[in-house]
Design a protein around this ligand. Structure first.
Ligand code: GLU
Length: 509
């Protein structure tokens, strides 16, 4: 296939937050398009008005932008195959639905909700617990196959609500290929007569997706494995519309599984275990409920993308850390896995840690600024940059930069006195009192000068490092963590050291 003919699409429905599985679908589309010099299209599938949620479309654009995987063509970016929002394409679908009726591949169905419910009740058996409107039952229903042409026209003229359904053939074996799953065979006897056009004049997902994939000249369809059962139906539509030779290649991506490996990862799994499932925070405008996102949790977009790429794909080497550009050049469909990919939040954090280490301290200072401010720290960029450089290898997420370094910018709120008491006696107490009196001699911005001062007095008093160093750390930091004690002292300066040591001594008296 010619490079310029590679056209792929991400086709989300604006119904709420963007699940990480959706972002992964967008990412694989993007990587494939970029790798092959093709085009990445974003199509908004908003024909199900009952599920439409205000603001969700803009949110999808924002998420892709944050991830750095923006489309070439979309309602926002323009392009030669628009409109890119299905609700703006209503007339197009009607035309094709009517064409299918003309060709005898589709029919009008006038059944009311009550009639459909009665049908389900009447035909439910042990063998068939949820009877469908299909080739066996259509003969029993009120549609243009069972009514005369005159009756049908009469009902339409009276504005009787109707849907248009596909007339699925009996016992026909369909053959098609999925790039990841290979050749698939499907007997149409298990496919129901799905609705193509609803009684509000809107198409269903099935009709709209097939028509748009055709008109937008989509070469490859990437989507989650959960859409595989719809594929026979789509293949029939391609056939009946006479477009089969233009049919895209199918790529059904493996499911993203719960951490336990059992079942598809859901929003609820995240809520229960305390990890995000959406790309960015999502506020449901109907309920006001906020669902957390990876961005607000403190993930870097490049780490989030890297982690997602590895859920269902690998380069076939040991390499796990990739930049977006590296993913573009390494990406290939042959390396996409068939089996489900287990989500592991600890591993996601590890990816973020690796990308934090690759990011400059100054950039991290800018990115983490909102978290510092939330913690009441308004230090300048220079200081934040320097402080972050001292502690960043201990951090996984952006807010960790704050928890790990806050003592560099403000006095610790609480001090772990119990940790000090384990090493405490009168001699150590006197050491600290005396040491405070000697600080005039210390060059406060030089860690070596602090070290010289402490070690000098320790030697004079015959004290071992263990007796003094841990208490000093806890006094300055608040707990038993942090970088080198003398680096900390040099960072915070004499006044802060004196204040913190005096405060601890008073509490230990
Ligand atoms: N609108 C569908 C969804 O929300 C897209 C499925 C497809 O890519 O064909 O997932």
């Amino acid at each position: 296939m010619n490079q310029e003919n590679i056209r792929v699409r991400f086709a989300p429905s604006p119904t709420g937050g963007l699940h990480l599985g959706g972002v992964r679908t967008a990412l694989f589309n993007y990587l494939f398009a970029r790798h092959n010099g093709g085009k990445f299209i974003l199509r908004i599938e908003d024909t199900d008005r009952s599920r439409y949620v205000e603001g969700a479309e803009q949110y999808i654009f924002d998420c892709l932008k944050w991830c750095g995987i923006e489309p070439d063509e979309s309602a926002l970016h323009g392009g030669g195959y628009g409109p890119y929002r299905q609700s703006d394409r209503k007339e197009i679908y009607l035309k094709y639905a009517l064409e299918l009726i003309d060709k005898g591949y589709a029919y009008y169905a006038f059944d009311t909700p009550e009639e459909l419910a009665a049908m389900r009740e009447r035909f439910t058996t042990k063998e068939n617990p949820s009877p469908k409107y299909d080739q066996r039952l259509r003969e029993q229903m009120r549609n243009s196959l069972t009514l005369s042409a005159q009756e049908t026209q009469g009902l339409i003229a009276e504005n009787t609500p109707y849907v248009i359904r596909l007339k699925v053939p009996e016992n026909e074996v369909l053959h098609f290929t999925d790039i990841i799953r290979g050749d698939i065979e499907h007997n149409t006897s298990t496919v129901d007569d799905k609705v193509l056009l609803k009684n509000d004049g809107m198409p269903t997902y099935h009709l709209a997706a097939v028509v748009d994939d055709y008109l937008m000249k989509i070469s490859h369809v990437f989507r989650g494995e959960e859409w595989l059962p719809s594929l026979p139906f789509h293949v029939l539509l391609w056939k009946y519309l006479g477009w089969k030779k233009n049919m895209p290649q199918w790529v059904h991506l493996p499911l993203i599984l719960k951490p336990s490996g059992k079942g598809k990862l859901s929003k609820r799994d995240g809520e229960q275990a305390g990890f995000p499932v959406f790309a960015m925070d999502w506020k449901d405008p109907r309920t006001g409920e906020i669902t957390n996102g990876f961005k607000e949790r403190g993930f870097l977009p490049e780490a989030f993308i890297n982690m997602l790429a590895m859920l269902g794909w690998s380069a076939g080497t040991e390499q796990e850390i990739f930049s977006l550009d590296e993913l573009v050049s390494a990406f290939s469909l042959e390396k996409v896995h068939k089996g489900g990919a287990r989500f592991d939040f600890e591993k996601a954090k590890w990816y973020n840690q690796q990308h934090l280490l690759k990011t400059s301290d100054r950039t991290l200072a800018q990115l983490a600024k909102p978290w510092f401010e939330k913690d009441g720290i308004y230090s300048g960029e220079e200081d934040l940059t320097k402080g972050i450089g001292m502690i960043k290898e201990r951090c996984h997420l952006l807010p960790d930069l704050v928890t790990q370094s806050a003592f560099l910018f403000k006095h610790p709120g609480e001090i772990d006195l119990d940790a000090i008491k384990k090493k405490w006696d009168n001699q150590v107490y006197r050491f600290f009192e005396e040491w405070l009196g000697q600080l005039d001699a210390v060059n406060e911005s030089d860690p070596a000068s602090w070290e010289h001062s402490v070690h000098g007095l320790m030697a004079a008093k015959g004290l071992k490092g263990g007796a003094v160093m841990l208490p000093l750390r806890v006094m300055l930091v608040g707990g038993k963590f942090g970088p080198g004690v003398f680096d900390i002292a040099a960072f915070i300066g004499k006044e802060a050291v004196t204040y913190r040591v005096q405060k601890a001594l008073a509490a230990l008296k």
